[in-house]
Design a protein around this ligand. Sequence first.
Ligand code: HEC
Length: 383
Amino acid sequence: MRRALSSVLVLLSSAAWASEGFFQSEVVDAVAVKQAPKGTQDAAWSAAPAKPFSLAPQRTIRLHDKQANAVLQRAGATELVVRAVTTGTELALLLEWADATQDVVREDEVNSYADSAAVQVPVSFGKGQRLPAISMGDDEQPVRLWLQRATKAGSQLTALQAAGFGSSTRQGPATAPQGMMTFDANGKRWRAQFQVPLDAKSALVPVSFAVWEGGVRLERAGNKRLSSWRFVRVPGRTPDADYVASVSWGFGPKELGDAANGKTLVEAICTSCHHVPGRAVAPEGLAPSLVDIGAIATPAYLRESVVAPSAVILFGPNPNQHYDKSAQRDPNGAYPNAEAFQWFTVGPGGKRASKMPSFEKFPPEQLADIVAFLRTLDGRGTP
Ligand code: HEC
């Protein structure tokens, strides 16, 4: 009996310890305010704790722009500082990041690119729900997105709902976006404020962030730098313990294994399809690049990707990049897409299955080593 009790205590305290690391590195504590801040210089912001997060280039899909893609290839991690305040019905977020040049456009300009920022929040989240794919959600878990583009007049805001790349639709007027962007020309830093609705219950809100540098880096659309899912803790509410346990997996002291061993395993088993730093032998686009996957994926997502690849199925790269020139042209003269570059197969009833084999049968220690290694790919050391 005493033994059972003490092991329960050990379990409880190790769970608390595990989530401590998670709250420290992944969670922004929102501060309660009576009124939403009026802008990026509002005094409310100075009372909100600043949390630094790392953003890494999005490499899962590519634009049809060699120059922009080349710039993205060279890009490393960017630091984004996030602050949050809440009125209880609304969450205001302040994003701040360094940018050497202020690139603004006219509202009607489409051929030049503006510095921009975005936040995304799952449409639904909480106990028992997995997080959406970081790349604008997926079929089962759509996201809401708020985008802000720097213009000569200030900024242009758009609210969208998406379930994967290329699937976005505008949110209705009920969610009319609010926010603003300001550039500090001396400090060479952008500040962007976003206001997103908050329901009455949520205590831990998943949010992810993206920024674009429209000038020299030619970033727009999918060419951006983004974060993995992070969380805003709402003051005065207690996060559900099960939810915390599921999203904080991998932040505890002993949950992840040995990264050096993981590296050996990944280089031996995974690089026939994936790219990792220093090892890009597979044809580009055969599978998503893992070069900085650790910056954009949570440990729980990484583990799931390896044991249950079909849990989240990613849209492939732009399939038109991979014509099958040995195949028959269609009546319009176009080659079909090469089947090898399709990331999933479609079975009976339209059910999609990942082309990645499951590594579910791997010894748990080896899986923990693999995840530990993938976590180290945080964009800071690349390429
Ligand atoms: C036969 C090719 C193949 C092999 C081998 C393979 N994968 Fe994959 N992997 C894929 C494909 C295709 C996808 C994208 C489809 C999907 O969503 O599952 C993918 C997706 C992933 C993702 C999600 C990436 C993202 O951007 O969200 C991770 C992580 C991953 N694989 C890790 C691994 C690891 C680790 C190994 C080795 C233990 C491995 N893969 C072996 C083909 C492969």
